[in-house]
Design a protein around this ligand. Structure first.
Ligand SMILES: Cc1cc2nc3c(=O)[nH]c(=O)nc-3n(C[C@H](O)[C@H](O)[C@H](O)COP(=O)(O)OP(=O)(O)OC[C@H]3O[C@@H](n4cnc5c(N)ncnc54)[C@H](O)[C@@H]3O)c2cc1C
Length: 382
């Protein structure tokens, strides 16, 4: 049976200075932002904040200079994104472009696609979203039915995407669509397109969640014409492209830090001498957090060596999501009646918000059951 590989990673020289510079910037920019606003911060879209990060070279950090990048190492990028999330910075506008769409264009895109899209993304000014899920295709992604039909000079796209994070605020979608009828192998005949969303035949309808926020949307394509230049890589390459991006998508610090702002607020509330049960709980949570961080960093190290640790990335996401989902429940059970109404207490405001949104943490980016299936397959158990 194959095991997991979580080698420890040495951070590059210069990281303490980078961390210190970023922390000074974040203190200045975020000021006294309440914990409720810092929680789940990679879902928060703030175009101006992303532009400021881009201007400082903290978006597209690992991309080549000629496409607006900064040729820094993947581990330096890791330090930047963990600092941003730990501080609760609103990074949602550029997060997806920086994490996977930019790297996807770099890897599979034509020279003109790279030149067209990457500099704007690295500047934190071009925002992109992922168009994979559809009403009948979530975990079973190969069931996508949105169809691109070849026409003179390009393609006509018809169908619907759903749960597309920030589609209503983005300029670009990378959409997985069917370019050929399904065959015995349904993964064949799928392709990805770079679709500009400001298009007369595309309609976007925001979806409001339980917490009253509209951070995702439905997107309808009514025979939207796109040119040949919109196709990413060769026709039929879509499945390979989306599956090779999954390790990037699943192993980062956003998979265990979504409730971190609440943890910080708990420490503030507990003070220097918490009672024994609270101290024990804080110790347990700290140990879990640190272990997850080491595992996530280890995956980042493997990715930076050109490996594709699919199974390890799935383990990080599954355990990380379990941690960030459990944290609000543990804190609720610990403090219970001790806390007053939400409008009087920052800790309760953050807790109430996270209790509402945390169930989604183990859905976005692949559900718990799907991840465990990947792990089982990787271990040779199925
Ligand atoms: C906050 C949020 C943001 C999102 N953003 C995006 C986005 O930007 N772009 C995008 O394309 N999608 C996005 N999604 C969609 C997300 O990827 C899907 O919700 C997810 O893949 C699950 O698909 P589904 O909702 O269709 O559920 P289903 O696939 O219908 O699953 C329903 C339940 O059945 C279980 N299940 C399904 N198949 C199996 C199986 N084979 N074995 C065992 N159990 C199974 C699942 O684990 C789940 O519990 C987002 C979702 C959320 C919650």
């Amino acid at each position: 049976m194959q095991g997991f590989r979580f080698d420890s990673v040495e951070l590059p020289l210069g990281v303490p200075e980078l961390r210190a510079e970023l922390r000074r910037f974040l203190v200045r920019e975020l000021g006294a932002l309440p914990a409720r606003e810092r929680a789940n911060s990679w879902a928060r879209f703030d175009a101006e904040f992303s532009r400021k990060l881009g201007a400082r070279g903290w978006v597209g950090m690992v991309w080549p200079n000629r496409y607006g990048g900064h040729e820094r190492s993947a581990l330096e990028r890791y330090v930047v994104i963990e600092e941003l999330l730990a501080a609760g910075a609103p990074v949602g506008a550029h997060w997806i472009s920086d994490r996977q769409i930019g790297p996807g264009i770099l890897r599979y895109g034509s020279e003109s696609q790279r030149r067209r899209w990457l500099p704007g993304m690295a500047a934190g000014e071009v925002h992109a979203c992922i168009g994979m899920s559809e009403p009948g295709a979530g975990s079973d992604l190969a069931a996508v039915r949105t169809r691109a039909t070849r026409v003179d000079g390009g393609w006509r796209i018809r169908g619907q995407k759903i749960w597309t994070t920030h589609a209503q605020r983005c300029q670009l979608m990378v959409a997985l669509v069917r370019t050929r009828e399904p065959e015995a192998d349904r993964r064949a005949g799928l392709s990805q397109f770079l679709i500009e969303l400001d298009h007369p035949a595309i309609r976007i309808r925001p979806i409001v969640d339980l917490a009253g926020e509209d951070h995702f949307a439905e997107v309808f394509f009514d025979d939207a014409f796109v040119s040949d230049e919109a196709l990413l890589g060769p026709e039929g390459d879509g499945w390979r492209q989306v599956t090779s991006e999954l390790s990037l998508e699943r192993s980062g610090p956003e998979r265990y830090l979504s409730s971190f702002a609440l943890f910080v607020e708990l420490l503030r509330h507990a003070g220097p001498l918490p009672d024994a049960p609270l101290a024990a709980a804080i110790g347990r949570m700290t140990a879990q957090l640190w272990t997850l961080r080491q595992m996530s960093l280890s995956v980042a190290g493997q990715l930076s060596q050109g490996l594709d640790p699919v199974v390890e990335a799935a383990v990080v996401k599954d355990l990380g999501n379990a941690f960030e989902q459990e944290l609000p429940r543990v804190i609720q059970a610990l403090l219970g009646d001790e806390l007053g109404p939400a409008d009087e207490h920052e800790l309760v405001r953050a807790l109430a918000y996270l209790l509402q949104v945390a169930p989604s943490f183990s859905l976005r980016g692949g559900t718990r059951e799907i991840l465990r299936g990947i792990v089982a397959r990787g271990l040779g158990l199925r």
